[in-house]
Design a protein around this ligand. Sequence first.
Ligand code: BEZ
Length: 219
Amino acid sequence: MSIRLGDDAPDFTAQTTEGEIKFHDWLGDSWGVLFSHPKDYTPVCTTELGMAAKLKPEFDKRNVKIIGLSVDPLESHVGWEKDIEETQGQAINFPMIADPDRKVSDLYGMIHPNASDTFTVRSVYVIGPDKKVKLMITYPASTGRNFDEVLRVIDSLQLTSKYSVATPVNWKAGDDCIIVPSVSDEDAKTKFPAGFKTLKPYLRITPQPDKVEAKETAA
Ligand code: BEZ
């Protein structure tokens, strides 16, 4: 069964570079990003892991724990991490799952046989504090991921989990938002005290609500 948005993120126990973890316990009340790599000692993965480690403070700020996975064994991960630090100028500061028996890769559908029978594709799963899957992105081995995009989507997911808004095309934190159609104009007046612009009855624009609240608190 493939995983779909809103499903429970499968739990597992695995060996990682930071010791054995039970996934759900390790996540605790945090958000999580679980991302897979085709193989250790590969060039694109090396750059991705260096970047993910550099961005760790940004994930921490958002209460998001990050964890990588590759099907190679633990000793291989440990050796590779030295190369990553040397070439990317950044030590890995999050656990890497060793999945030589493909237990976790199979659980999360990270092996796509038409791409490769042996390597995982570049999967990204964002998991909410309720342990539900909030986002899935799949890249081929030849294309490195954009971790700024992962952070951007997390900003949207966290905002839309608190307020009755959606985020428009190319939105980034701080930009105006869209009021979801299920909110009436009457309710929108109280929910969005900064006001809203009606371009069409189904397209109503409001300033980002938590930005407005932060300004009000500071005033
Ligand atoms: C890489 O990470 O560089 C890579 C891995 C598998 C196939 C192609 C590239």
